[in-house]
Design a protein around this ligand. Structure first.
Ligand SMILES: [Fe+2]
Length: 470
């Protein structure tokens, strides 16, 4: 390990080893040129030198940082010292409570290290890095980045079916596999390890297959989120599914629909940097916590630096997904056409997903109620109307996957939607075990019933219900 005075660090200079701050945070990779932002960041933290080393083991040998036994960390305990990943990324700040996704990131990291006790961890580190990235992206935005081109011809010609639409159990398994893959990728990013965007593209491609073969049933994949504290991978998957079906209805090119899926999986990763008690708080936040939440779109940009090959449109989706059409959003209060189309689609998918997902501190909203709220938001001009319209067309007014009460008293699950008849979905009645269904007005052979093919006078949806048992 070698110490280099900050004053001797020249912009543009490269080194064969990594540069670390005296607290063990990685500043630059081998062969990465030193920039003014690196020096400014170190100066703002009050450092006078940087450490040149092959890895944190060398810093540990010099007692700058200390090996830390990962088994000592459990969800719910708070750490005394800051904890670094092997890649020199701060996983936990002093005093922060350990959450499951931290443990996942520690697994991905392998070794972890405790930061020096005397070092005051700079809580604004992410803010500084992210703000620099935001400025850079804002300097370089072009109109082409903001607008998504429509397909000149039907991008979804009839094609070989991908197979039958899976039953409920298989569907849950497909979703679970996708969510677990996202969880692993998030853990890598959080540990400061690079991943290739191709990993996300592969997941989006799998979804493209289902979307192409079963467009009216596809959104069923979105309404299967489980109740859990670490909901971000679930949320990313749901938003990807919804955003792709919206983009398809908007007649975007297949490439853009795929990118929308990737953007859905990545747009909110900045939330990983927000402690759970802040994320889950239903009470008013302190100024510090509030500014952290408002910064999470910028934090997403910081973490996307670790996703090799990520495109400008995905960065914009991350940065702008909380902007609103009438300028009431954040971080910039942009209006309408200043917001990228992809960010507008992600925003609608994000709002619908958040309302219908269970959280630790509240029950999910009925998908029907969530849809109503979105339609209201569209008419009050906070969200992009075409995207909301496309979501209703893709998922139905009684969204695919949700449960309804029928006019003959039966309960049913909505399993498919028609773009032109929002209130006549395809349904799968749920037969109460051992109960005679003498009142069935439509003979039922166990297969789904397409209400679009049944006269309204015979069978209709009466209202939305929370579950089949209701
Ligand atoms: Fe967000």
């Amino acid at each position: 390990m070698q110490r280099i005075k900050l004053s001797d660090l020249a912009e543009g200079q490269t080194y064969k080893k990594c540069l670390f701050s005296p607290l063990g945070q990685k500043v630059a990779d081998p062969a990465e040129p030193v920039t003014a932002a690196h020096k400014e960041h170190l100066r703002r933290q009050g450092h006078e030198e940087v450490l040149l080393a092959g890895g944190l083991d060398e810093l540990a040998a010099e007692k700058v940082v200390q090996h830390f036994e990962a088994w000592k960390l459990q969800a719910g305990v708070s750490v005394e010292h800051g904890i670094l990943s092997a890649a020199g990324q701060v996983l936990l700040e002093p005093g922060q409570t350990v959450e499951q996704h931290h443990l996942d990131a520690i697994d991905a990291s392998g070794k972890i290290y405790a930061m020096p006790a005397h070092g005051t961890q700079d809580k604004r580190r992410w803010q500084i890095i992210s703000e620099a990235l935001v400025k850079e992206i804002e300097r370089n935005i072009t109109v082409a980045d903001l607008r998504v081109a429509l397909a000149s011809e039907n991008p979804w010609p009839a094609e070989a079916p991908v197979g039958d639409w899976p039953d409920r159990q298989r569907l849950a398994a497909i979703r679970q596999e996708g969510v677990e893959k996202l969880r692993r990728l998030y853990a890598h990013i959080q540990a400061g390890l690079h991943v290739n965007v191709q990993e996300f593209v592969e997941s989006a491609d799998e979804l493209m297959g289902w979307l192409a073969g079963h467009p009216s049933r596809f959104t069923q994949l979105a309404l299967l989120a489980k109740r859990r504290e670490d909901y971000l991978p679930d949320h990313g998957y749901t938003v990807a599914v919804l955003a792709m079906s919206i983009a398809r209805r908007l007649r975007w090119t297949r490439e853009n629909v795929r990118q929308c899926g990737v953007a859905g999986m990545l747009f909110d990763v900045g939330m990983l940097m927000i402690p759970q008690q802040v994320r889950n708080s239903s009470e008013a936040l302190s100024d510090v916590d509030r500014s952290r939440v408002l910064s999470h779109p910028a934090y997403t940009l910081g973490l996307l630096e670790l996703v090799d090959g990520v495109g400008q449109e995905m960065r914009l989706a991350g940065l702008q997904h909380h902007e609103r059409e009438n300028g009431t959003g954040y971080p910039r209060g942009l209006r309408k056409d200043a917001i990228s189309d992809m960010a507008r689609v992600i925003a609608v998918a994000d709002i619908f997903a958040a309302m219908t997902e269970p959280r630790k501190y509240r029950l999910p909203k009925l998908p029907y109620m969530a849809m109503e709220e979105l339609l209201h938001a569209a008419s009050s001009v906070t969200v992009w109307k075409p995207a909301v319209r496309a979501l209703v067309q893709a998922a139905g007014l009684f969204p695919v996957g949700s449960f309804v009460k029928l006019s003959d008293g039966r309960s049913a699950q909505v399993v498919g939607a028609h773009a032109d008849q929002f209130d006549r979905p395809i349904i799968q009645p749920v037969r109460a075990s051992g109960k005679e269904q003498e009142d069935e007005t439509v003979a039922w052979d166990g297969q789904p019933i397409d209400l679009a093919e049944v006269p309204k006078s015979r069978l209709t949806v009466v209202r939305a219900i929370l579950s089949a048992a209701a």
